[in-house]
Design a protein around this ligand. Structure first.
Ligand code: SAM
Length: 283
């Protein structure tokens, strides 16, 4: 099978099928074999693995995954790509292509049908839905080993950010509650066709077997986190009092902060995941 990661081969397939890129689907196809290699190596795929690929495009990464994994399931929304995938993946018996929207498909059901083996997710994600895809997998309690994905560079930085930095926010805490993030490569726009208007990065999220902090009520923890970052420059006490769905008085916040040894005027951006967990449990 020809290596699709080489630009001429991708262009030849696209032209032969008269394929038109759909901006609304975030279609930026990878045309750099070194980057492909980095993603595949970072994901540490073995014959034991069942891989879920989100948005296979013309099947460039799918071919590499199929050569290493026991099984690959690829979910693609664009019906015009399905006949192309039938052609480019014809030689691979271990690939199932599903035509559908990853945000609507029951991924847990896919896992159940395959004997509940935890998945490795590998993808060059459509950037317009990066957060709903990743949080949907985590919050939907899909059995997972890891997620290795190409995302917008700024989003990767936010997922990996530590307290007190400019990138730290609700997304950092939500991701770090479920997984250990590691940015494995930065990828410039010229590695894609068409070129995206933003830089990209490959990030690996290693799923924890159980969250690194204990909380009585996950929903409350995330409600507190979201409210704390709604108005970044405000103190935690002000942000929480201003959130009608929580209605926590400034006095109550100050009491809890004091019991935790934190100053009353602390901002949400200074709190670690452990401190948010302790705070929400004390509420
Ligand atoms: N994997 C290919 C590659 O690396 O060359 C394509 C990556 S491209 C950035 C994103 C892919 O996701 C496109 O093929 C697009 O059609 C597909 N896609 C977009 N939204 C989707 C959705 N909701 N569900 C499934 N696939 C989607």
């Amino acid at each position: 099978m020809a290596n699709l990661g080489i630009p001429q081969n991708t262009i030849e397939v696209l032209q032969r099928h008269h394929f038109n890129f759909q901006k609304k689907y975030g279609q930026n196809f990878l045309i750099d074999t070194r980057v492909l290699d980095k993603i595949i190596r970072a994901a540490e795929i073995t014959e034991e693995d069942c891989v879920l690929e989100i948005g296979p495009g013309i099947g460039t990464m799918t071919q590499c995954l199929a050569e290493r994994a026991g099984e690959v399931v690829a979910v693609e929304i664009d019906r015009n790509l399905i006949p192309i995938l039938e052609e480019t993946l014809a030689d691979y018996r271990n690939v199932t292509v599903i035509h559908g929207d990853i945000l609507k498909i029951e991924v847990r059901e896919l896992v159940r049908e395959r004997g509940d083996r935890p998945l490795k997710v590998v993808a060059n994600l459509p950037y317009y839905i990066t957060t709903p895809i990743i949080m949907g997998l985590f919050e939907g309690h899909v059995p997972l080993k890891s997620i290795t994905v190409m995302v917008q560079k700024e989003v990767a930085a936010r997922m990996q950010a530590s307290p007190g930095t400019k990138d730290y926010g609700a997304l950092s805490l939500a991701v770090q509650y479920y997984a250990k993030p590691e940015i494995v490569a930065n990828v410039p726009p010229n590695c894609f066709i068409p070129r995206p208007g933003v830089g990209s990065a490959v990030i690996r999220l290693d799923k924890y077997e159980k969250p690194p902090v204990e909380v009585k009520d996950e929903e409350k923890l995330f409600a507190v986190i979201r409210a704390s970052f709604n108005q970044r420059r405000k103190t935690l006490a002000n942000s929480l009092e201003n959130e009608p769905r929580l209605s926590i008085s400034k006095k109550r916040t100050a009491e809890i902060l004091e019991s935790m040894g934190l100053p009353p005027a602390v901002r949400g951006e200074a709190l670690t995941l452990e401190q948010f967990a302790a705070f929400s449990s004390l509420l």
